[in-house]
Design a protein around this ligand. Sequence first.
Ligand code: AOF
Ligand code: ZN
Length: 380
Amino acid sequence: MSQTVVQSAEALMVRAIQLAERGLYTTMPNPRVGCVITNAEGTIVGEGWHRRAGEPHAEIEALRDAGEGARGATVYVTLEPCSHTGRTGPCAEALVDAGVARVIYGMQDPNPKVGGTGLQRLRDAGIEVEGPVLEEKCRALNPGFIKRMTLGLPLVRSKSAMSLDGRTAMASGESKWVSGPAARADVQRLRARSCAIVTGVETVRRDNPNLNVRAGEMSLESLVAEQAAEVQPLRVIVDSQLRTPAKAFILQGDAPTLVCTTERAAAERRERLERAGAEVLVLPQDKEGRVDLLAVLKELAKRQCNEVLVESGATLAGEFLYRGHVDELIVYLAPKILGSTARPLFELPIERMGSMLPITVTDMRAVGHDWRITATTDIE
Ligand code: AOF
Ligand code: ZN
C-alpha cells in the first residue's frame, strides 16, 4: 500500500534549497534558485532549478516538470518569483497562467526590478502567498547577489593558507605548498563559485599562477566539474604600475583577465599587456599611489560580479582587510611549522591591542590534513 507522507513547508523548502544548490557554479550573474511543486495531497509533482543565466528560471523548469499537475498546486520557491522581462519572461505571470493555488517563497528578490512586485502580481491574481520560509537558509544561497543588489558591491572572500605558527610563505616568497591537495581542491570549488578572482602583481610575478578553474582538480563528479569549468571567473590583477609580465600564465587560457592600474603606469606597458590579451583599466589611486580597492570592487559589481575571491599575498590581502572590504575570511591551517623568518598571514602593522581587528569564526572543519577556518569580519 502506498502512503503519502505530507511534508512540512520547511521540509519542502529544504528540498527547493537543495535543488538551487545544483546551480552553485553556473547561474552567475543570476541567483541560485530552486523550486518544488506539490499537489493537493502533498505529493511532489514538479521540481526545477535555475541552471544558467539566459536559461529558464527555476519556476519555469518546475512548471514544465509538473505539466497539468500544476493546476491548483502549491509552489515552494527559494526566491520571490520575478515580475520583469529580462533574459526570460516573468515567472509570476507563468505561475498565474498555470493556475497554481499557493506560492510559498523563501525570500523577497533584492533585485530592485522585482522587490515585492512578483509577490504582488501573484496576490492580485488571487493566489495565496506565504513567506518568507527558511529565509536565512535561502539568503545563504546568494550572499553575493544580495550584496550586489542592495549595496552595489560584490561579496568579498579572502583565501589564504598558513602554518600552525601563522606563517604563509618563506622569507624568499616561496609558498608552494603550505596546504595539502584536499585544501587545493577546496580552493578550486571556491574559485568556481566566484565571479572574479583578484590577485596582486607580486603574486603574479612570484608564483605565476593560472587562477583558473580546472575540472580535473575540483574533486567533484565529472559532469558537475566540467559544467563548472565552463563558466570561468574573471581574473583580476591589481597592478598600479603595470609590472605584470606579458608572458604570465594568468594572461593565457580561455578565462578573461582584467588588469587594474593607475595613471602612473606607462602607456607602452599598457599596450604590451593588451597585445597579450588582457584588458587594462585605469582606476583612481589611493594616497600612496596604489589602485583604490573600493574602485576595483565597484567596477566588479558593475560587471555583475556577485562573489569575489581574493587570492593574493600577505600585502594585498592585508590591505583588503585593513580597508574593511573583506566579508569572509577563509584560512587553511596546515600542520606545519615555518619558523620565525617566514612571512605572516597578513601584512598589517597593528601596534596596540585596541587597534586589533575582531573576527567571528563561523565554521571550522578538517579538509584532508589541513583545517579550514571560515570567519566573518566584524568591521563596520
Ligand atoms: C526567478 N527565478 O530562477 C531566478 C530569478 O535575466 P533574467 O531574465 O534571467 O532575470 C534575472 C533576474 O531574475 C535576477 O536578477 C533575479 O532578480 C531574478 N532571478 N528569478 O523568479 C529564478 N534566477
Ligand atoms: Zn523568474
